[in-house]
Design a protein around this ligand. Structure first.
Ligand SMILES: [Zn+2]
Length: 155
């Protein structure tokens, strides 16, 4: 099936597409487009386009389907962390599970609530620390430490 770009004339998207295609280093028989793991999160390709830093699969979604609807997250049907194949991507309303999972007994160990994926999303996000803290059910300082690479750093 031919994949049609959302808007091939958009300069930002075509730039993003070039970057994305450079990151893709393998296509599987099941249709996955695999990107090289980058950055601290390892499994997730990340892409900087102009000053917009985001996960590679989110860029792929924008390139082929258009803007990600507000409050939605982009998932993969193939459940492969580093796949950016547009045919495998779909956006779904983010479930408030992080807030449901918020457990007062764990407030002293906020790190336990984050995952490498959420850390990558936090670092890629342009939201405020406060907004992200609420979204992920952690303290604002936790978000700040993640963003400044004081925590969740691989050595
Ligand atoms: Zn895939």
């Amino acid at each position: 099936m031919d994949i049609v770009e959302f808007d091939p004339t958009d300069p930002l998207l075509s730039k993003a597409r070039n970057r994305l295609m450079h990151l893709v280093n393998r296509r599987t028989p099941t249709g996955c487009w695999l990107v090289k793991p980058t950055g601290a999160s390892r499994a997730y390709g990340r892409l900087m386009v102009n000053r917009d830093y985001d996960l590679a699969h989110r860029w792929s979604y924008r390139i082929y389907f258009g803007p990600i609807p507000a409050g939605h997250r982009v998932f993969r049907t193939c459940r492969t962390d580093n796949c950016v194949a547009p045919e495998h991507l779909y956006a779904r309303k983010a479930e408030p599970r992080t807030r449901v999972a918020f457990d007062r007994r764990r407030t002293n160990r906020p790190r336990a609530k984050l995952t490498w994926e959420s850390v990558a999303l936090i670092r890629a996000s342009t939201n405020t620390d406060t907004a992200l803290a609420e979204e992920y059910g952690v303290h604002r300082v936790t978000i700040r430490d993640v963003r400044s690479f004081k925590s969740w750093v691989t050595r």
